[in-house]
Design a protein around this ligand. Structure first.
Ligand code: ARG
Length: 486
């Protein structure tokens, strides 16, 4: 994939002139000729890493201030650099910054522009650092920002699910195993199952953030530096907990990106399952939920259609997100320490996976807010498939002290009888039930309807409406105070 087209530049660095102008103004000292066109094309990353400009500028400002504080730069130079960098950021914000492929990457584009704006002091900014610790720092800052975005997006989705759960704490629906009707559950309980999953996803992102939050800046190229820098100062200025303890490690690992991509992948898996359920529930065959025009599309040929495109796309995003994780695993595997250019391949896949994750999270929050369960359809479906058979078996154990295995057998015979007669369990006449188990009385019918079935599931974590209402309220309260880990 060539991502250089949008820079609008394919310009080559000028050849060495007779007057000794270097082949590349940033590193051309020992080079006599410009890179081959194809070399420049494979090497350049500015087409995509320009996204890191805000982090690059923040890192450079912190570095310049630290250099002045440590007596390595004059205060005047540092001030010139910091305000020059602000001017560069302003140009980027205004869309007037001219990113040039010949300058390879975001780091050299920013520095080169700084030089044009402030002159000589710009050349002192790169003291005691390298692009290796620079890019590691920028990317950590970037991934950290994205993690914070996922945290907020997950909270929003969890809140939408919890509100839906609270509204439908007592709405019965079929619970499935093997996609076969199993036992009745409540719609709220089903929503809260996803809240739990997304809460763990949020925890995974938070865990990744905590491990990520150490600063590589000052590792320099790989060995540290002979300048008396203060790495604690730059780490603190950039909101890191501490500097990374080993300079080789600082420039050469991307585990923080891998971990975040793994968290994205698991989140995307969860999203895909919910999306799949929405797709199924929306079919006329199920008819469990309704979705408004806001999250569905029509067909250009079939006027009756209402398609769940947003759900389908959210379901599909896991493909590229999981591939990004795998892609970076393969890039990093077997790389010797410390930095290798291979690592430049970390960014495009990660950007794509992060964008896809936020898009799918936001779309899912919108869909969850939008969807409305259809209680009559859900209740009717909940009663089909002999879904209260387990309730009957439990009743036989409880009331007749039958061993569960025997109760299972008796219930099986009742199901067979109902199936043959084409009846739901609660419609089988008592006399017929008594031909199988003479000790049964009218009381048995209290456990055969779906409402009493769900009401009876009061065990901790069970589907009883009172449990669901309580849990939904708890989540809504927790999600209102973002400081508390979800
Ligand atoms: N664009 C490079 C990357 O993304 C920046 C670091 C370049 N370092 C170097 N020694 N060439 O990894």
């Amino acid at each position: 994939m060539s991502d250089t087209g949008d820079t609008g530049k394919t310009g080559k660095t000028g050849k060495t002139s007779d007057t000794g102008t270097p082949a590349n103004s940033m590193w051309g000292g020992r080079f006599e000729a410009s890179p081959a066109e194809i070399m420049e094309e494979i090497n350049a990353s500015v087409g995509f890493d320009k996204r890191l400009a805000p982090q690059d500028i923040a890192g450079s400002k912190a570095h310049a201030r630290m250099l002045a504080h440590s007596g390595i730069l004059t205060a005047a130079d540092a001030d010139a650099i910091v305000s020059g960098l602000d001017a560069v950021q302003a140009e980027i914000d205004a869309g007037t910054f001219d990113f040039q492929r010949a300058l390879e990457d975001v780091h050299m584009n920013v520095e080169s522009r700084l030089k044009a704006l402030i002159g000589e002091p710009a050349g002192r900014l790169h003291t005691a650092r390298s692009r290796n610790d620079q890019v590691a720092t920028d990317f950590r800052l970037y991934v950290r920002d994205r993690i914070d975005g996922f945290d907020g997006a997950l909270a929003k989705l969890m809140r939408a699910l919890s509100l839906k759960a609270a509204a439908h704490a007592a709405t019965v629906m079929p619970g499935f195993t093997h996609l076969q009707p199993a036992q009745p559950v409540t719609f709220g309980h089903h929503m809260l199952a996803y809240v739990e999953m997304f809460a763990r996803d949020r925890g995974r992102f938070r865990d990744a953030r905590a491990r990520l939050n150490e600063c590589p800046l000052g590792s320099a190229a790989l060995a540290g530096t002979s300048f008396p820098i203060d790495r604690h100062m730059t780490a603190a200025a950039l909101g890191f907990d501490r500097p990374m303890a080993n300079s080789l490690d600082g420039v050469s690992d991307r585990d923080f990106a891998l971990e975040t991509l793994a968290a994205c992948t698991i989140t995307a898996v969860h999203l895909s399952r919910l999306a799949e359920e929405i797709v199924i529930w929306m079919t006329p065959q199920f008819g469990f939920i309704k979705m408004s025009d806001r999250f569905t599309t029509g067909s250009s040929i079939m006027p009756q259609k209402r398609n769940p495109d947003a759900a389908e796309l959210s379901r599909a995003k896991v493909g590229r997100i999981a591939s990004a994780f795998q892609s970076l695993v393969v890039v990093m595997k077997g790389l010797p320490l410390a930095y290798s250019k291979d690592m430049q391949e970390d960014k495009e896949v990660a950007f794509d996976a992060f964008d896809s994750t936020s898009l799918a999270l936001a779309a899912m929050a919108g869909m969850v807010e939008d969807l409305e369960p259809v209680p009559e359809v859900l209740a009717a479906a909940a009663g089909r498939g002999f879904s209260t058979a387990t309730d009957l078996a439990d009743y036989l154990v409880r009331e007749l002290q039958m061993p569960f295995r025997d109760a299972h057998h008796v219930t099986g015979r009742v199901v067979k009888l109902a199936e043959t007669a084409g009846l739901t369990l609660d419609a089988v006449p008592l006399a017929d039930l008594q031909t199988i188990e003479p000790r049964l009385t009218q009381a048995v019918f209290s456990v055969l309807c779906v409402d009493s079935s769900v009401r009876s599931r009061t065990s901790y974590g069970g589907t009883a409406p009172q449990n669901v209402a309580k849990m939904a309220a708890l989540w809504i309260e927790r999600l209102e105070t973002p400081a508390k880990p979800g």
